[in-house]
Design a protein around this ligand. Sequence first.
Ligand code: NAP
Ligand code: FE
Length: 365
Amino acid sequence: MRKFNFSMPTKIVFGQDVVKDAGESLALGKKALIVTGKTSARLSGALDDVLSVLPGEYVIFDEVENNPTGENCAQGARLAREEGCDYIIAIGGGSPLDAAKVMAVLAVNDKQPLELYGGWEHKALPIAAIPTTAGTGSEVTPYAVLTLHEEETKKGLGGPDLFPAVAYLDAKYTASLPLQTTIDTAVDALSHLVEGYLSNRATPASDWVALQGIALWGTALPALRQGELSLEAREDLLLASMLGGITIAQTGTTMVHALGYPLTYFHDYPHGRANGVLMASYLEYTRDKAPERVDMVLELLDQPSLQAFRDLMDELFADYVGKLHVPEEAIKAYAAKAAKTKNIAYTLGTPSAEELTKILKDNIL
Ligand code: NAP
Ligand code: FE
């Protein structure tokens, strides 16, 4: 008997000029904290669009770092309290979107960021999320990922009130991305779709979403390979990324994300790239556990074999594959830490620390 639930409380508004078209309804309260990174909101044109229609007061916090820390989020939350903001507009890639979620909680809960891993009492401020990358899907997930120096890694936290109230998705905001960031983030989206489809928490409903997303991603792939992305291709990627977010909102992520975090924390690999260099080995590992599913992924991506998929990742990350040299002891430590995460519990076959070590060694030594 099948038994599952499917939760997607975020209102999704997708298409050209949706922010401007939202007009006054963009305001979810009286005073907004606009949260963004140093450049993305302005470069993408999203901030201009927001300010052109936003009624009421606002204050801007534009100091979100890539892979934000709790302290970075606490700064924004302090500003929200001082200014009496009652909702948040988050603009940017996954870093500002995730940071905005943590700020939304800290603004109304007297807690240290680390304490949030144990939960919180008061409902987070409502968020309108406007992605400027097509990758994380954070605009439709109940998660935020923080860099924890205390634990020398990145770690996700979650709660139903972290789903943004509304997500506005307009592909034109991703047009200012440099090509390599477009690739890195697109591969994060693929990783969510594939990990969700291959997760032991996959459900018939999450599968449907994941398969649509993988197919769309495949449609955009030729443009990604050529490095020439039309607005239509960018729209396919943004939609695929959103579907990836909806997928992992149900399933969570698996081994690829758990192993990718140390590559970001210790080696500065952007999040999607860290996933991308591991994904072919992940498919190889999963093949004997769910052969039809792995074959379906390859088919939807128009890849005739697993080796072709590996070559594809090598091509997209040509400047990076095999370039990371990490001592064996460090690799073992990364694998041992990853083995304890719930992402591994969600991975088909529940790989051991030794199996994870092998996957890292095969790709980054
Ligand atoms: P990001 O860290 O948000 O952004 C990467 C870089 O791209 C930044 O320098 C950013 O500039 C720039 N950028 C963003 N949009 C741009 C645009 N339109 N034009 C030009 N530059 C732009 O990257 P991301 O991959 O989207 O997010 C990664 C984070 O999300 C990681 O912390 C990851 O762990 C997390 N994540 C969260 C979830 C979730 O469900 N919540 C899922 C997967 C990953 P700025 O300096 O202005 O920001
Ligand atoms: Fe991710």
